[in-house]
Design a protein around this ligand. Structure first.
Ligand code: IMP
Ligand code: MG
Length: 186
């Protein structure tokens, strides 16, 4: 599954070619196992709420929580900044607020990818107001171009290339989220 224009890839994308497969299934799985171990070791006690940012984190989150060997709860929230564009609009809309009580809990916000860092900045400000016991971010990918403060960014899967990536939850106009690998869209 590492050839970008192999028949298996084209069958999944409907003929749309990808430029490169940046992270294949095995590499993602091995890094997710490491992140799970890091997170397990980082939270000795207290209630841990793993909060997935929809929709992009849905596959990453489901793999990640199964690698965290301690009690935890899962909830989701949704925000959007891109619409159908490949360029961040900078305005972050919060589409859903978790019902779950955050006060006093360790909150681990799970993001698919950090680009400008604006989504992250806005969400950490909003969640911080609910007086969590602690607030940390786990992002699968980080483009490392962010200009905003990222003090809460504690767990990162991979440094991402400066490209538009799809797969393993990441979309372009809602397509390609289901690809089991992460690819640079042509
Ligand atoms: P930021 O606010 O600019 O950091 O953008 C973060 C959000 O934009 C992520 O949660 C993704 O949903 C989306 N995003 C950023 N870069 C990419 C990409 O390369 N592919 C797909 N979605 C992306
Ligand atoms: Mg998106």
């Amino acid at each position: 599954m590492s050839m970008p224009s192999s028949p298996e890839v084209l069958r999944r994308t409907g003929g749309r070619r990808v430029k490169a497969i940046c992270f294949d299934e095995a590499r993602i799985a091995s890094r997710v196992r490491e992140l799970g171990a890091e997170i397990t070791a980082a939270y000795p006690d207290g209630e841990l709420l793993v909060l997935g940012l929809l929709k992009g984190s849905f596959i990453f989150l489901s793999d990640l929580v199964r690698q965290i060997e301690r009690p935890l709860q899962v909830d989701f929230l949704a925000a959007s900044s891109y619409g159908d564009s490949k360029v961040s609009s900078g305005t972050v809309h919060l589409l859903y607020d978790p019902e779950t009580q955050l006060e006093g809990k360790h909150i681990l916000l799970v993001e698919d990818i950090i680009d400008t860092g604006k989504t992250l900045q806005r969400l950490t400000a909003l969640l911080g107001e609910r007086r969590p016991g602690s607030l940390a971010i786990c992002a699968l990918l980080d483009k490392e171009i962010s200009v905003v403060p990222r003090s809460e960014l504690r767990f990162v899967g991979f440094r991402a290339p400066a490209a538009f990536l799809v797969g393993y939850g990441l979309d372009h106009a809602e397509n390609f989220r289901h690809l089991p690998f992460i690819a640079d869209l042509e």
